[in-house]
Design a protein around this ligand. Structure first.
Ligand SMILES: *[C@@H]1O[C@H](CO)[C@@H](O)[C@H](O)[C@H]1NC(C)=O
Ligand SMILES: *[C@@H]1O[C@H](CO)[C@@H](O)[C@H](O)[C@H]1NC(C)=O
Length: 263
């Protein structure tokens, strides 16, 4: 009996040491607060997701900083404040089931969010120095909670409907000229393909700034039009956080030169 008690005591001590070695002391919501993500925590409370994230999980939370929420456009902030369903969808897009550490993340990995219809796209750049989740940069990874892990990110992950590049161009009013060109160039199918692709999309103002006659010349020469459009497309998901100075090859064949300027 005494021996069994002793083993129990030892087990508790070992569990305690292990628990502290992993740094985990709090559940996810509490840890988010400790890490300074207080705006996120108050949104989680409003959406009733804080109690969910106190469950056994384990969960992985991509937690935007307070500055990330502050920098959302005012219209979006107002919408989040009044539309609880939207708020919940947005917040659920920051969480995945299971404890996923940064070392387990891979480039172009799609991680199911709690709202299982939406995937979070992971990208890894600069030899692993930059990790993004839907383009938001992980700035403080692998913070251990007792029921999962938190990665602090610098931007709010904003779930878009599952649409492909041509569909995105179609619904963007500022890209209507580009849409017309893509249709004229019969590139809708190519850009609807598996990809993933990155499109550097000239907006209507960019087309307006072309020398007079150039756009109509382009539209009257199918070969030239297709070449120019393909010159705006590169393979892979190139979020701005991952871009580095240098040449990137395009679908057209010739490389495009990327220059990164400090924000
Ligand atoms: C969190 O736990 C993992 C696995 O136990 C460990 O590798 C990592 O170093 C811990 N992170 C911190 C910040 O303590
Ligand atoms: C159309 O564009 C291609 C590629 O830029 C060019 O080689 C060709 O000469 C152009 N055709 C006409 C009729 O201008």
């Amino acid at each position: 009996m005494a021996a069994i008690d002793m083993i129990k005591v030892l087990a508790v001590i070992l569990a305690f040491i292990y628990y502290n070695a992993s740094g985990a002391q709090q559940k996810i919501p509490e840890l988010a607060k400790k890490l300074g993500a207080t705006t996120l925590l108050s949104y989680l409370k409003t959406a009733g997701l804080d109690t969910e994230l106190e469950g056994d999980g384990p969960f992985t939370l991509f937690a935007p900083t307070n500055e990330a929420f502050d920098s959302l456009p005012t219209a979006v902030k107002e919408k989040l404040a009044t539309d609880k369903t939207l708020l919940r969808t947005v917040l659920m897009f920051h969480v995945t089931n299971g404890a996923v550490y940064s070392s387990q993340l891979q480039n172009e990995m799609l991680v199911k969010s709690l709202d299982t219809t939406l995937d979070i796209r992971i990208n890894i750049y600069k030899g692993g120095q930059v990790i993004t989740a839907d383009g938001s940069q992980v700035i403080n990874p692998n913070q251990n909670a007792t029921n999962g892990v938190i990665h602090i990110v610098d931007k709010v992950l904003y779930p878009l409907p599952n649409i492909n590049i041509p569909q995105y161009v179609t619904i963007s009013p500022e890209l209507s000229t580009l849409f017309y060109c893509v249709v004229q160039g019969q590139l809708t199918d190519v850009l609807s393909g598996q990809g993933p692709f990155t499109l550097f999309a000239p907006d209507n103002t960019a087309f307006d700034n072309l020398p007079p006659g150039e756009l109509s010349d382009l539209l009257s020469n199918q070969t030239a039009l297709v070449d120019v459009l393909k010159y705006h497309v590169v393979s892979g998901t190139q979020y701005s956080k991952g871009l580095v100075d240098g040449d990137v090859s395009t679908l057209e064949g010739k490389p495009v030169k990327i220059t990164v300027e400090e924000e």
